[in-house]
Every structure is written in structure tokens, then in C-alpha cells.
Design a protein around this ligand. Structure first.
Ligand code: B12
Ligand code: SF4
Length: 448
């Protein structure tokens, strides 16, 4: 069969440039490509980097879907189905809300593709495609397929050195897809040797781990870090804030080349944290956590969510002050968004507080519910002006890291990605996204 794998275009947030939409290829599609027997022909189209070719005569279309692109996925599906081509959908949003997806596609995959994708292909060839395929538990880490990194043109992306070492997260925060019924049982790690193999396949010394929680199983993380010691990597990952109580693991992270950690602090207000059952976060330990990272020369990418039930308009000034006082290197902020299928969605729906059901606005840059402690306008305005404030020249300067060797990486990200993103985007379009990405990675090696 000739199979087309599609990632639909995401709607950029006001502060986004193509540096965001072309940041990395879809590992979901590269995984599907790896799982497809060589007897089939595979075409990958990422609408964020190229137009979808709708006039291609293909036998099967498969779309990967996050909540924000669901509406676009439905449009794409309609088009191909009208031509008589079967369309399959899968991904986080389909897994979280299968009921909302069924009618729009010929078949959907709920859960992971590794064990069901070959079956779906066979059934499609035999014209016996069922409407729903599920694989939600009992998969082991060794069954996670390594993505087929060679299947895309690396030049179109800022980074291709991304690796997934696990699936899921042991925590189940109410606003996260991990709180969905179909994701609840999943947390698995790949065998250490498999991840090492993926690193070798990428032929890079700079790796971004894109796991939900790189310390979901701290014993695994320790074993893995011991194994990468000889590789002399530089790496970054996302971890939960309970790492504050894991000093030995932090030492090992420093020793093995950890450059930065993405951490979901979410809020400085314990009552807000409790309102979404983020049980592993302890606000009173946040300052200590940041110190522990900075003392080890590890930069912090702090993630915050605004509009939690205990938030009032003062939340923006308080958070900005904490970010600047603690010299947080980079910040990712979100407006609270009730993704369908999550605990939060269920609660807001029951409370009649969802005001906007247009899923293309569910990208954490719109207010789609009625906040409790402020107006929707104050929430949106506060979210936008916080971003402006964090990345003002004055605050970029005030947040300059203590360790001089981090200055280049810090300034590169704060100036070229955030402050002058539009300009960098133009340079990337002229030179190539990957060349610019490589340039900044090399810079990181020059500075020790
Ligand atoms: C890397 C990443 C990004 C990157 C790269 C995205 C890209 N090019 O794909 C960047 C930084 C650009 C990004 C952007 C955004 N992201 Co993001 N991102 C991730 C992250 C951390 C990893 C995704 C990944 O590669 N996983 C590994 C792959 C292999 O797993 P997978 O996608 O689940 O695929 C498996 C199955 O789902 C299934 N499957 C997937 N697709 C298909 C299709 C078919 C046909 C079949 C059969 C099976 C199948 O099989 C796969 C293998 O088993 C996830 C968290 C996570 N754990 O997934 C968040 C996540 C996907 N992002 C999320 C969000 C909200 C966003 C943004 C809207 C954020 C923002 N405010 O801008 C944007 C836009 C999203 C978009 N449209 O792509 C949410 C989505 C929530 C939801 N309910 O849909 C997640 C889940 C984070 C979270 N915890 O909330 N993201
Ligand atoms: S710790 Fe992060 S990834 Fe895990 S459930 Fe909470 S928000 Fe999701």
C-alpha cells in the first residue's frame, strides 16, 4: 500500500514563530514509519513545514492528533474519505477522548501503536478495518519501537536529536492527559540499552529527552545515567519537582552533562496546586530546588499554569517577581486548559464552566472556561503581559545566570528564540532550521 502519515498544522500562539512549529519532527509519525513493513511505501507530511498533497493517490491515510489539531484532522479526514481513501487516527487526544473521534475516521487507535499498527495495516489491506483498536496496558518498555529518524528531511527542523525513553507518567495531575481513563495505567521505561541504541542512531552528543517525566522511575534514571557517563553527552529533560529530594540523582545529572531541566512548578500558591491534585509539588521547596539546580550549573525551564481556581489577578506579579528573583533561565506559561478526557474537563463540564468548545483554541493560549478568581479578560491579559515582562531586556539582564559558562546558551535562547524570534525565523528560512539548531548546539560545546 501507499500510506500517507500526516501531522496537521498547529495554530501558533501569539508569541510563537516557526521556531516552535518546526522545532522537532513528530516522533509518533516516525514511530509509525518504523513499524510499517518495508513492503509498503510511506510518505510523511507535516503540515507545519509543508502543504499536504491532497491530490496524491494513496491507499491509506494516518493522522496523529493532539487536542489543538483535532478540528484540522477532521477536515483532512473528510477530504480523503470523500475521495474513497480510508483514514486512521491516533495520538494523545484520540486516546483521551475516543468517543469524540469515532465518527470522523474509518478507524482509531486508542493507546500505543506498537502492537496494533501492523494489525491495522493488515485489516486495511483485507478491507476488514474495525472502527476501534485499543492497546492501553501490559505493554513493556522493550516493546516501544525506536523511531525511524532517517525518514524525514532533518533540514526542515530545528532539532531532530529528540528521544523518548519512556511513556506516560506515574503522576496524574487533573489537567494533564495522564489523568484520562485510558492513560491512567501507563508508565513504562525502555531498556537502557535500547535508549543507548537510539542515541547512537542519532550520531549526536546533544540529546533532548522528551519524556513526560524523566525521573518517573528514579532507579531507572540512575541506571541510565551511569550508562551514558562514557558518552560525554550534553542533554536536557523534563522532570517532576520532587527531584528536590534526590540530591544524589542531581549530582549524577550534573556529572553526565545535564544542561537544563523543564519542571512543572505550575503555581506558587499551594491551594492552587492542591486544586488540581499535583501531589508531588511542594511550594515551600521551590526555592531550594532552584538553588540545587543552579549550584550544579543546571538551567531551569519553569512551567506555570494560570487561571487555577485559587488564582487571583495578583498571581501574575507574584510569579514574575519569583521568576526574576530566582534567576529562572526560561519560562513556559500556559492558560489552564481543560483537555477533553481529563479530570479537569469532567469537573468544569459538571460545573457548567466551559465557555468554548472549539478545540482549535485548546492550545493553552486561550481562555476556554470561566475562571473563578478573575475575569477571562484579566486572565488572558495577565498571561500576555507576563510573557512580555519576562522577556524584557531589563528582566533578561536581571535573570542572567550566576555561572558565566551558561551565558551564551542563556542569551541565545532568551534573545534569538524568545525576544527576536521573528528575526531568527527569517534567518532559518534562508539558511535552514537544522543548520541554525546545530550552530547553537556547537556553541554549547565551546563553553565549558
Ligand atoms: C515533544 C512535544 C512537543 C514538541 C514537538 C511536537 C511534534 N512535532 O510532534 C513541541 C514543543 C513542538 C510541542 C508543541 C505543542 N504541544 Co506538545 N508535547 C510533546 C511531548 C512532550 C512528546 C510528544 C512525543 O513525541 N511523544 C512520543 C510519541 C511516540 O508518543 P505519542 O505521540 O503518544 O504516540 C504514540 C501513541 O499516541 C500512538 N499514536 C500517535 N499518533 C498516532 C497516529 C496513528 C494513526 C496511530 C495508529 C497511533 C498513533 O502511537 C504512538 C506510538 O505508540 C508530549 C507529551 C507526551 N508524552 O506525548 C507533549 C504534548 C503532546 N503536547 C501537548 C500540547 C498541549 C502542545 C501544544 C499545544 C503546547 C502549546 N501551548 O503550544 C503545542 C502544539 C501541539 C501540536 N499540535 O503538535 C499536550 C497535548 C495534550 C492533548 N490532550 O492533546 C502533550 C500531551 C503535553 C501534555 N502533557 O499536556 N509539543
Ligand atoms: S507530573 Fe507532569 S506529566 Fe506527570 S501527570 Fe503531572 S503534569 Fe502530567
Amino acid at each position: 500500500m501507499k500510506i500517507k502519515l500526516i501531522q496537521p498544522a498547529m495554530l501558533p500562539r501569539p508569541m510563537d514563530t516557526q521556531l516552535k512549529t518546526r522545532m522537532a519532527p513528530s516522533l509518533a509519525l516516525l514511530t509509525l514509519a518504523a513499524l510499517t513493513p518495508a513492503t509498503h511505501e510511506v510518505i510523511i507530511e507535516n503540515e507545519n513545514v509543508e502543504a499536504i498533497n491532497f491530490s496524491d493517490a494513496v491507499d491509506l491515510v494516518a493522522i496523529t492528533v493532539t487536542v489543538d489539531v483535532m478540528d484540522r484532522a477532521v477536515e483532512i479526514s473528510k477530504f480523503f474519505r470523500a475521495q474513497g481513501t480510508k483514514v486512521i487516527a491516533g495520538g494523545i487526544h484520540i486516546t483521551a477522548d475516543p468517543a469524540g473521534a469515532l465518527e470522523h475516521f474509518d478507524a482509531i487507535c486508542v493507546g500505543m501503536a506498537e502492537r496494533v499498527w501492523p494489525r491495522m495495516l493488515k485489516d486495511s489491506e483485507n478491507n476488514t478495518l474495525r472502527s476501534i483498536y485499543r492497546d492501553m496496558d501490559h505493554m513493556t518498555g522493550s516493546e516501544i519501537a525506536p523511531p525511524s529518524y532517517g525518514s524525514i528531511d532533518a533540514g526542515k527542523y530545528l532539532y531532530t536529536n529528540i528521544i523518548s525513553a519512556s511513556r506516560g507518567c506515574p503522576f496524574k495531575c487533573d489537567f494533564c492527559y495522564n489523568s484520562c481513563e485510558n492513560a491512567q495505567k501507563v508508565f513504562i521505561t525502555r531498556p537502557v540499552e535500547d535508549v543507548l541504541e537510539s542515541i547512537r542512531a542519532l550520531r549526536t552528543r546533544h540529546v533532548m529527552f522528551i519524556d513526560d517525566n524523566f525521573i518517573g522511575d528514579p532507579d531507572w534514571t540512575k541506571r541510565f545515567l551511569e550508562a551514558i557517563k562514557p558518552l560525554k553527552l550534553k542533554w536536557s529533560a523534563a522532570v517532576s519537582s520532587n527531584i528536590v529530594d534526590m540530591a544524589a540523582l542531581l549530582d549524577l545529572m550534573k556529572e553526565t552533562g545535564c544542561q537544563s531541566l523543564f519542571i512543572g512548578f505550575e503555581s506558587l500558591n499551594s491551594a492552587s496546586i492542591n486544586s488540581v491534585h499535583k501531589t508531588q509539588n511542594c511550594v515551600s521547596k521551590y526555592d531550594r530546588l532552584v538553588r540545587a539546580l543552579h549550584d550544579r550549573g543546571i538551567m531551569v525551564n519553569a512551567s506555570f499554569v494560570f487561571g487555577l481556581d485559587e488564582d487571583d489577578p495578583a498571581v501574575f506579579d507574584n510569579t514574575l517577581k519569583w521568576i526574576v528573583d530566582n534567576k529562572i533561565e526560561t519560562v513556559t506559561s500556559h492558560i489552564l486548559t481543560p483537555y477533553p478526557g481529563t479530570k479537569l474537563y469532567e469537573r468544569f463540564l459538571n460545573e457548567g464552566r466551559i465557555t468554548d468548545f472549539n478545540l482549535s483554541r485548546y492550545n493553552t493560549a486561550h481562555v476556554v472556561f470561566r475562571p473563578r478568581g478573575m475575569t477571562a479578560e484579566a486572565l488572558y491579559g495577565g498571561y500576555l503581559s507576563l510573557y512580555e515582562e519576562i522577556y524584557s531586556f531589563r528582566n533578561i539582564f536581571k535573570r542572567l545566570p550566576r555561572h558565566k559558562r551558561q551565558w551564551i546558551a542563556y542569551l541565545a535562547f532568551n534573545l534569538f528564540y524568545r525576544k527576536f524570534g521573528k528575526l531568527t525565523e527569517r534567518v532559518c528560512l534562508g539558511v535552514s532550521f537544522n543548520t541554525i539548531g546545530k550552530f547553537f548546539r556547537r556553541l554549547a560545546y565551546l563553553v565549558r
